[in-house]
Design a protein around this ligand. Structure first.
Ligand SMILES: [Zn+2]
Length: 280
């Protein structure tokens, strides 16, 4: 049993995902019991915007509104207008803390054709502009796309943000930090073979790090079922925000920190890059 060490913020949790339809409130309650005081729930598409806002309200959490790169193929240009409206309409809502989840994904083959790259860039930069206009941070999806994401940010600076599930180089990490971002670390850190990522998580200044689960995705090592196990009928473990303290323990051990000191530092970092969390 992981002891409570102050308060944790899961800076990236898809509590609105269908995987939680059967037991969403229970999942959130269990996470609270292990010390996850706050979840940030980023939206992935227009149809979910009302849901994430309602969820955040119900559980005392925070949310972000945006169009995720994996949802760009089916997104409409009119959704950007709708996003502008939604951000204006909800400007007084203390639980709205960012534009997200937005970004670029060049890992998924279907999204990597020249046409889709251009379409992703269009939606990414348009949403950056909205974040800038509304004075909001951004939550970024980074997959084989760090350099282009950085280029977009230099063309259209925003107040701050999080490069979520960061898995880039030390140089790319430094570039995000120079633009006022924090880097999100989660379940991937729990795999012993993630040597490069573990080294980065140790070498970066503590002020650079925020914690996240990305639940229901990115199961930590103790929930992961191999392809072989799955072939034999095992179900892939569903990640949940309650895993955050145990993921944090891995990072604390890697850095030689107490869990309490890591909680204090990562919470402070989250509040710095998502200042709205202080009001939510
Ligand atoms: Zn996500």
């Amino acid at each position: 049993m992981i002891q409570h060490s102050g308060m944790w913020i899961d800076t990236h949790c898809h509590l609105d995902a269908a995987e939680f339809d059967a037991d969403r409130d229970a999942v959130r309650a269990v996470a609270r019991q292990v010390g996850v005081a706050r979840c940030v729930i980023p939206a992935v598409q227009r149809a979910h915007w009302a849901d994430v806002a309602e969820l955040a309200e119900r559980h005392g959490d925070a949310y972000a509104l945006g169009i995720h790169p994996l949802y760009v193929p089916q997104a409409q240009e009119a959704d950007l207008l709708a996003l502008d409206h939604a951000l204006r309409e909800r400007a007084g809502d203390p639980r709205l803390v960012a534009v997200g989840e937005i970004g670029l994904d060049f890992f998924v083959p279907a999204l990597s054709s020249p046409e889709m790259r251009e379409r992703q860039w269009f939606f990414y930069t348009a949403q950056l502009k909205l974040a800038q206009q509304h004075g909001l941070p951004v939550i970024l999806h980074v997959r084989r796309s760090a350099d282009l994401l950085l280029k977009g940010l230099r063309q259209c600076p925003v107040v701050s943000g999080i490069a979520h599930a960061f898995n880039g180089s030390a140089q790319q990490a430094d570039a995000f930090l120079a633009l006022g971002f924090a880097l999100g670390f989660g379940g991937t850190l729990t795999y012993e073979r993630a040597l490069q990522l573990r080294r980065l998580a140790c070498d970066l200044p503590l002020s650079a790090l925020v914690l996240e689960t990305d639940a229901p995705d990115i199961p930590p090592q103790w929930l992961y079922q191999t392809a072989e196990q799955r072939a034999q009928g095992a179900v892939q473990g569903r990640n949940s925000p309650a895993e955050l303290p145990r993921i944090a323990q891995v990072l604390a051990d890697l850095r030689g920190l107490t869990l309490g000191d890591l909680a204090t530092a990562t919470t402070r970092n989250a509040l710095r890059v998502l200042p709205g969390l202080a009001r939510a």
